[in-house]
Each structure stands twice: as structure tokens, then as C-alpha cells.
Design a protein around this ligand. Structure first.
Ligand SMILES: [Zn+2]
Length: 132
């Protein structure tokens, strides 16, 4: 009779596989989003290069803002992707679902909404306060 391992994570292989799949799927989505955003920012740059003659101040200001938006979008996507990468690494380690701060289990409801979460809500708030 095969008994599921209830020590440690308490997760079965099938559960881990399911989580891995959904994290990986989201990771791949973000990779596609990133590539898309890179293409868009390249288009933006090309338009800019071909279109700078005769610009007035207001025009170049708008373009700078557009470029900044494109770059912060790229950063956001990379940050989010890094979170999924980190969550996948923790899944392999067997620490996925446990808070990095206080090591208590992260509520399943939180993981459902934020599969890449590696801290519980209160540790996340503490970190944010410290970062602010
Ligand atoms: Zn915590």
C-alpha cells in the first residue's frame, strides 16, 4: 500500500506536477509578453529615428514618455517572470507554499490568486514597509 508523504510539504507528486505546470505556463506567457513588448519598443525606436526632424519640444516629450512607458513595461514583465522562476525553484526545493519570512504555510487561497507568492500577506507587508 502506497502512503502519501505527509511530512514536509504534504503535497503529492501529482499536486506538485500540477502546480509546476501552471507556474510554467504563466512563465511562458510572460516570456511571450516580454518578446512582444521588446518588438513594440523596437518599433517605437524605429519610428523615432525616422521621425525626429522637425519635432517641436512637445513631440519629443511625448516620445520620451512613450519610451519610458515601454521600458517600465519591460521591467515589470521581467520582474514578474523572475517571481515565477523563483516560485518554480522553490517548488523543486520543496519549499513552495511556505513563507520565506516566517516559514508558515501560505494560505491556499492566496496561492490561487498569486501562484508566484513566496511570502504570506503579513511578511509581504513587512517587506514593503521596509522597502518604502
Ligand atoms: Zn510570513
Amino acid at each position: 500500500m502506497l502512503v502519501h508523504d505527509t511530512v514536509g510539504t504534504g503535497r503529492t507528486e501529482a499536486e506538485v506536477g500540477q502546480i509546476r505546470q501552471s507556474l510554467q505556463a504563466r512563465y511562458d506567457e510572460l516570456t511571450a509578453e516580454y518578446e512582444q513588448a521588446v518588438l513594440q519598443s523596437q518599433v517605437l525606436r524605429l519610428v523615432e529615428v525616422g521621425d525626429t526632424a522637425g519635432d517641436d519640444q512637445a513631440d519629443s516629450g511625448t516620445k520620451t514618455a512613450e519610451r519610458d512607458t515601454a521600458q517600465s513595461l519591460l521591467r515589470t514583465i521581467l520582474d514578474r517572470r523572475a517571481q515565477y522562476e523563483h516560485a518554480l525553484a522553490r517548488l523543486e526545493e520543496g519549499t513552495y507554499g511556505f513563507c520565506e519570512g516566517c516559514t508558515s504555510p501560505i494560505p491556499v487561497e492566496r496561492l490561487e490568486i498569486f501562484p508566484s507568492a513566496t511570502t504570506c500577506v503579513s511578511c509581504k507587508q513587512t517587506r514593503e514597509r521596509r522597502a518604502a
